[in-house]
Design a protein around this ligand. Structure first.
Ligand code: PLP
Length: 367
């Protein structure tokens, strides 16, 4: 069995989630049907809304279930009724592709949204929607979303937060003022293909597609009651275990970074020194293409990814690292190690052993 360290791409599905989904699949019904089976499916979905909202610490939001984080981001960008959109340069493609022509908010060398530049952009444009992620999927760098909400609201803008990577890993207190939030189940040990857009009570949402008018007219299509049942268990578990897991995974992550640095002084840890997700390490090996590193580690039984893998499976230069350090070759030389609920100390040891051997073989600094 490979050592799996790619939780920011997707997490293994938790056994309790599989159980809940199996049970839901056995009694699956159309939640719009009025018979007992339909009502049971409806009940599962309604119960799941409050559970999912707890991931972001909010009880003043409407939960619109979607087919994942990508759809939730697109629904926010297109559905919140604001023509103008501003998005951070480091956003996930789900946001960037939904707002292709939108001005981009730059980030500092540490990967944090440049608040002075944001303020200028907010005052230059008529009010619209600001999109900033809670934590970056490649570096784990946490964004100052409470401060961004304050700046956005003072200028009459709405704030959408892509909370896909932060949910279950960060204290949600910073999200109190966000107008909408995107979530995805599969980063938490839930199933892929299920997510949610959470919208502040009273904010109107125009659906992306027409149809049967499910989700109170904002997202048509028969609800995925089986997937939503799994999402609820993943969310519940992540909320319950968050504080313990943050300490445990943070310890493993720190050990990996310290050992990598001790073994190879040329190593660069991207986003080091600022607030980051407990589970994420972005480790650059100067002079060694990220794709080569990922393949060498794969041959050694270790599953990690380069910052950004596109659907073709090819590794492309990281737009996130490029935004932090324009023109720096590091954007093509960093791998992402991301831990999660089933990660162990042995996984960290196996990674370090394989990574050390790979570095000694491939790094120009080792010659
Ligand atoms: N936003 C962020 C920050 C992500 O990391 C991802 C997944 O990689 C998404 C959105 C998209 O979520 P999904 O895979 O559920 O469509």
């Amino acid at each position: 069995m490979a050592t799996y360290l790619d939780y920011n791409a997707t997490a293994p599905i938790r056994p309790a989630v599989i159980e809940a989904m199996t049970e839901a699949a056995r009694s699956h019904g159309n939640p719009s049907s009025i018979h007992a089976q339909g009502r049971a499916a409806r009940h599962r979905i309604e119960r799941a809304r409050a559970v999912v909202a707890r991931l972001v610490g909010r009880d003043d939001v409407d939960v619109i279930f979607t087919a994942g984080g990508t759809e939730a981001d697109a629904l926010a960008v297109h559905g919140l009724g604001r023509r103008r959109v501003l998005a951070a340069t480091i956003e996930h493609d789900a946001v960037l592709a939904a707002a292709p022509g939108a001005p981009r908010i730059p980030v500092t060398a540490a990967g944090i949204v440049d608040l002075a530049a944001l303020e200028t952009l907010l005052s230059d444009e008529a009010p619209g929607l600001v999109c900033v992620m809670w934590a970056n999927n490649e570096t784990g760098v946490v964004q100052p979303v409470a401060e961004i909400a304050r700046l956005a609201h003072a200028a009459g803008w709405l704030l959408h937060v892509d909370a896909v990577q932060g949910a279950g890993r960060l204290d949600p207190v910073a999200l109190a003022a966000a107008d909408s939030l995107a979530l995805s189940a599969h980063k938490l040990g839930g199933p892929p293909g299920v997510g949610a857009l959470l919208v502040r009570d009273g904010l109107a949402v125009t659906p992306l597609i027409g149809g049967g008018g499910q989700e109170r007219g904002r997202r048509s299509g028969t609800e995925n009651d089986v997937g939503i049942a799994g999402f609820a268990v993943a969310a519940e578990t992540a909320v319950r275990e968050r504080e313990v897991e943050v300490r445990r995974l943070g310890g493993l992550r720190d050990r990996i970074e310290q050992a990598a640095r001790a073994h190879a002084p040329e190593v660069r840890i991207m986003g080091a020194g600022v607030d980051r997700l407990c589970n994420t390490a972005s480790i650059a090996l100067p002079g060694v293409p990220a794709e080569t590193q990922v393949m060498a580690l794969d041959l050694a039984g270790i599953a990690v990814s380069a910052g950004s893998a596109c659907s073709s499976g090819k590794v492309k230069r990281s737009h996130v690292l490029d935004a932090m350090s324009p023109g720096d070759p590091v954007a093509g030389e960093a791998i992402r190690v991301s831990l999660g609920w089933a990660s162990t100390s042995d996984d960290a040891d196996r990674f370090l052993h394989a990574w050390g051997a790979m570095r000694d073989r491939l790094s120009p600094a080792a010659r």
